[in-house]
Design a protein around this ligand. Structure first.
Ligand SMILES: [Zn+2]
Length: 345
């Protein structure tokens, strides 16, 4: 089969023919129809989530959508034919957190799809059955790639930050893969939303296509929020993860404000005043992926047309480097997708 693989952590992907995977006990084999391309995949390829040389070569990509074509021992064969998407974390399913429905905080986490086992930059992927989440029928596989992370994560953020009707929510990097779905999910939770974005084309999309107020954040010292926001934001969600953006975010909060941070870049810090945290009762929340329940809700929101999947570019796997290049340069609107033709439509 055709695949793009990592041969050195931090190196270039190699597009090549590789042996087809087989489903082991408790696993399903998925015919991949499409796989999302986002910054998390680049982080994985760089080795930021794990850089064990014994894991190489590795097929990256966790936002895969496809059809189950084979089931391994111990898996109900009637699952064959299901359209599924992959839950990113290799959780145990047995620990206290998993039993509480918080698979994203699993105490025995075995890693991530696309890092610790092969992912979706290939025509076939073998997955643990519990990671293959059934999707509502009728979804377009390319559009459905946004569910697993780009929509599920905003659902998690909205719950974690207690976004309520009337809340003022500012999203930093609102034109990126996560941000462009975060603005939509926050609005579904009832919020008034402003998107901060440096790229003019992405600001235009936010305003004209999604009807979200967009603010230029090229320079955080000169960001101006709309009138009515003088009291401060209730929630700021930061997908940029720089000292400037995080510092701005904390300053922008009003009383009872919540800052949600989702990036994991090493070496980034920012100033926090405990005095102001107390006087304004502020909270800083780290947000870690999403639960399978939130994943299922994300799938429903997309299937019902309540969140619009924003796919800036779709390509065959041979063009994977071009799509990664767009992503690194901040030129990709929303998500990128690698797609294969469906052999059994
Ligand atoms: Zn667990």
């Amino acid at each position: 089969m055709e695949a793009a693989r990592i041969h050195a952590w931090g190196g270039e992907l190699v597009v090549e023919r590789v042996p087809e995977p087989r489903p082991g006990p408790g696993e399903v084999l998925v015919q991949v129809l499409a796989c999302g391309v986002g910054l998390t995949v680049l982080n994985c390829i760089e080795g930021h989530l794990g850089a064990d040389p014994d894991d190489l070569p590795r097929v990256p990509g966790h936002e895969l959508v496809g059809r189950i074509v084979e089931t391994g021992p111990g898996v109900d064969p009637s699952r064959q034919g299901e359209l599924v998407s992959a839950y990113f974390y290799l959780f145990c399913g047995r620990c206290a957190r998993c039993l509480a429905g918080q698979e994203d905080l699993c105490l025995n986490l075995e890693g991530w799809i696309g890092v610790d086992r092969d992912g979706g930059y290939a025509q076939l992927a073998a997955l643990p059955e519990r990671n293959a989440i059934s999707l509502p029928p009728g979804l377009d596989p390319v559009e459905a790639t946004v569910i697993a992370d780009a929509v599920a994560t905003p659902v998690h953020v909205s719950r974690l930050a207690r976004i309520r009707p009337g809340d003022r929510v500012a999203v930093i990097a609102a034109g990126g893969g996560l941000g462009i779905h975060m603005v939509q999910v926050a609005r579904l939770f009832g919020a008034e939303v402003v998107g901060l974005e440096a790229a003019p084309a992405k600001r235009r999309y936010l305003e004209q296509e999604l009807r979200v107020a967009a603010v230029d954040s090229t320079d955080f010292h000169s960001v101006r929020l709309p009138s009515g926001w003088e009291v401060g934001a209730d929630v700021v969600v930061d997908f940029l993860g720089r000292r400037e953006s995080l510092t701005w975010a904390l300053e922008a909060l009003g009383p009872d404000g919540r800052l949600v941070t989702l990036t994991t870049f090493p070496g980034v810090d920012f100033p926090v005043s405990p005095r102001r945290m107390v006087f304004s009762q502020l909270a800083i929340l780290g947000s870690r992926y999403a639960t399978r329940g939130e994943f299922a809700l994300a799938a429903r929101l997309v299937a019902e047309g309540r969140v619009r999947p924003v796919i800036g570019r779709r390509e065959h796997v041979a063009e994977v480097r071009a799509i990664h290049d767009d992503l690194r340069r901040g030129r990709l609107l929303g998500r990128g997708v690698l797609a294969w033709p469906d052999p059994a439509p």
